[in-house]
Structure formats: structure tokens, C-alpha cells
Design a binder for this molecule. Sequence first.
Ligand code: IMP
Ligand code: MG
Length: 177
Amino acid sequence: MDTLRVLITREQIAAKVAQLGERITSDFAGESIVLVGVLKGATIFLADLARQIKLDATFDFIAVSSYGSGKQQSGEVRMIKDMDRSVEGRNIILVEDILDTGLTLTYLKNVLQAHRPRSLRVAALLDKISRRTEPVHGDYVGFAIPDEFVVGYGLDSAERYRNLSDICVLESGSETR
Ligand code: IMP
Ligand code: MG
């Protein structure tokens, strides 16, 4: 049996996302941006963040291989879907749901830098700082969280729970997630 314990409420998320949107709006005043969401976990965060950014903005999406259906990762990151449009000379904000080891972000930063953007910054709703093995960080980070497996607001466990409005710790009795 899975047990869900609320860690961050929808109200806390909304307040934080509004703050992040204001910071991005002022940091890029007078410029245009491309929000590049990492499928699928970042979709809900991107949808809310985008509406708190008062700038000329476009969306694009990329997809990478993830942990699969379990909690352990192989350490290998693969591109499954690339961006639709060129981002050369554009201000990119990469939108991630959560920074964990940093392997995914390291890979994505390299891929995106190869497209020669004008600038590249990272927005991440959650950050499990204690898990980091790579020297990467988010520029716009919502919440630092402890090393617990969380779901909701886009984050999944084997594709489930993405539609929860709050971010919850998933406490599971079994090893299969
Ligand atoms: P990293 O490459 O280790 O930084 O992993 C980042 C990716 O792992 C995220 O984009 C998520 O898809 C996934 N992930 C890491 N921690 C969690 C979690 O607690 N819940 C759900 N997904 C997670
Ligand atoms: Mg995932």
C-alpha cells in the first residue's frame, strides 16, 4: 500500500511560482525567452510558471530517458525528443521538475549549449541538494527538499500521481514503484 504525505501544499507552490516568475520577468526585462520544458514532469510547473512571466515567451519541450519505473537510476541519460525549433541566439530557460543527482541537468546543459543560445538558465521547482553528484545548480529554484521520493504537481512514480495538486512524499511498503 502506498501512503501519501503532503510535503508542500498547492498554496505554497503557487506563492513560490509567482516569486520565480517575477524574478525571471525582471531579469529578462525587455527581452524574449524560450521556456524549454523537460517532459513529462515539468509540464505542470511550466504551465503555471509561464503565466507568471510577463515577457514575450515561447515554449518548446524535450524528453530524456529517466529512471524507468523504479527509484534507482542507471546513470545514463538519453535524448528521446529534441526541441522543435532552433534556439540559436535565444534566451533559454530550461524548466525541470526536480534536480537530484544532476546527471540529467549536466547532460541537458551540454546539449542545449551546443545550439549556441544567447543565454541558458535553469528553473527547477524542487532541489534534492544532498543527492547531487554533479557540479550543477538551478538559477531559479523553488524548494530545497530532503532525500525523499516525492510525487505530484507533475512528478510521478511509474507515471502515476502527476495530477496531484500538492507535492507529497510517497511512502511505499513495496520495492516496486
Ligand atoms: P537527476 O538526473 O538524478 O538529477 O534526476 C532528475 C530526474 O529524476 C527528474 O527530472 C525526475 O524525473 C527524477 N526524479 C528524481 N527524484 C525524484 C522524485 O523524488 N520523484 C519523482 N521523480 C524524481
Ligand atoms: Mg520521472
